[in-house]
Structure formats: C-alpha cells, structure tokens
Design a protein around this ligand. Structure first.
Ligand SMILES: Nc1nc2c(c(=O)[nH]1)N[C@H]1C(S)=C(S)[C@@H](COP(=O)(O)O)O[C@H]1N2
Ligand SMILES: [Mo]
Length: 253
C-alpha cells in the first residue's frame, strides 16, 4: 500500500469560523445556526459535537443541492482529439505495481438488486451492444485533470436492457480491486455515462481499469470506477471507498 492519507474534511479547523458566523447571525436577528442545529436534530450548539453535527449536515445539504442542479440533459464538454493528454495518468489507492488483472474470457459483470434479468454479462455480450465514444476531461481531487478518449455501452441503454428499476435511487458499483462507489440514478442515466471497454480506440489497458470501467465525465475521478465486477440497483445508500472517508458522495465535476 502507498502512504497516501485518506482525505477527511478537518471540521475542527472550521469551528472558530463557525462560532463567528453564529454570533453574527444572532446579532442580525436571523435564524441562528443554533436553531438550525436543533431543526437538523443535532442537539443544542453547546458542544463541539453539535457543531460537528451541523457541519456534517451542511455537507449532506451540499450533496442534495448538487443533485438538484444536475440535469440529465446538460452535457459535459467534448474535446477534439488534439487535446488528449499523453500519456494519460494512472491513479488508484495503490501504486501501479499492484494493478490487478483478470482473464478477459473469464470476466463477468454480475448484477444484483432491483434488476429483472440478473444474468451475468461477458465482454462479448457487452461488445454486441451499441457503443458510444467520447473525448472528455477527467478531474481528480488530488489536483490534476486530463483529457482522454473512451468508448463503450451507454449505461442507460444497459440498465433498460436488463430491466433495472429506473426509479430506484442508487446504482452501486463493485470492483475486483476491492474499490467501490455508488451514483445517483440520474447520473446513471446521463447520456455520457458509459461502460467503457476501450481507451484511445484500443481495448482498455490494465492501468485504466481493464476490462471495464464506468466513465462519467459529469463526476470527479473517484466516482469513475475501474476494474468493475458488479453493478447493483438499490434504494439503500451504498457509500463508496473514498466517500466513506469524507469525500462528498455526489462528487459532481
Ligand atoms: N477500481 C478502482 N477504481 C478507481 C480507483 C481505484 O483505486 N480503484 N481510483 C479512482 C480515482 S481517485 C481516480 S482519479 C481514477 C483514476 O483513473 P485513471 O487511472 O484512468 O486515471 O480512478 C478512480 N477509480
Ligand atoms: Mo482521483
């Protein structure tokens, strides 16, 4: 494993600032953050725990606002081939020497949850569906972005094909390197969300998630799972590898 520390928002650092805002709001006779904390079920703002609770509520409020602003019809920017970043960077929660691979002939995409036909899919099955290409920008919260070219099966088409409940809240994704993430149904059905099988017109290589990654240019890097092994449709919040360590769940880009 590498020594990278998981990202946790340092809420304690916000405490003094938070208290100041609280005081100012009260001076102006506005609804105080203390009142807000009671509304949100955080208890009275007399302890640091309660302040922490309100700050956490705000993070989840932020998730809801992002979801509300998101539109299935708003497309991420498309770039010309000349803009492609070469070489495209590799990133994972481990170094390249620990990249895991599978035999493409053995690989299956497992399906679970609110899906009528849970028959596992082979790569051949996926290649037989209509494919779509995109040249888009991938943005990683660690401070880099890169433009790449992917193609594969639109996830919306796939979900309809297998009889997924499209009114469900979440699509969860599991990976064979033990990574996992989950997205809102709205993003799953976005026209630029694809089950990517190719990178730069070649079979997706191991470093970028072979044999299949889910590419969604409307979401940050950590929401774009590589090495995908299973997809589930559910109404129970599934979380994610980085999301459970403090990254925001919606993760729009
Ligand atoms: N299975 C898996 N998917 C993953 C990760 C991972 O560690 N494992 N890292 C995420 C992060 S933080 C980033 S920035 C991108 C990197 O994708 P790339 O190697 O194609 O640049 O993969 C995402 N998907
Ligand atoms: Mo990332």
């Amino acid at each position: 494993m590498n020594g990278r520390k998981p990202y946790r928002p340092d809420l304690s650092a916000l405490q003094p600032e938070f208290r100041r805002i609280e005081r100012r709001l009260m001076l102006r006779g506005a609804l105080s953050l203390g009142a807000l904390s009671l509304l949100g079920g955080c208890g009275e703002l007399d302890s640091d725990d309660a302040v922490d609770c309100v700050l956490r509520d705000m993070l989840s409020f932020n998730d809801r606002v992002q979801a509300w602003l998101f539109s299935r019809n708003r497309l991420a920017r498309i770039f010309p081939a000349s803009a492609i970043t070469k070489p495209f960077p590799f990133n994972a929660y481990y170094p390249p020497s620990e990249i895991r691979t599978v035999d493409p002939a053995q690989w299956r995409l497992e399906l679970s949850g609110l899906i009528e036909n849970k028959k596992p899919w082979s790569l051949r099955d996926l290649r037989a569906l209509p494919q779509q290409s995109q040249i888009t920008r991938h943005i990683c919260v660690e401070g880099w972005s890169a433009i790449g070219s992917w193609s594969g099966v639109p996830l919306s088409l796939f979900l309809k094909r297998v009889g997924a409940d499209l009114r469900a809240k979440y699509v969860e994704v599991k990976c064979f390197d033990d990574y996992f993430t989950s997205i809102d149904m709205e993003t799953a059905l976005h026209p630029q969300t694809i089950l990517a099988l190719d990178y730069a017109d070649e079979t997706l290589p191991p470093e970028y998630g072979a044999p299949m990654k889910i590419r969604m240019p409307t979401k940050l890097g950590y929401k774009n799972p590589k090495y995908v092994s299973a997809i589930g449709v559910t109404n129970t919040y599934p979380g994610g590898y980085w999301e459970n360590q403090g990254y925001d769940w919606f993760g729009g880009s």
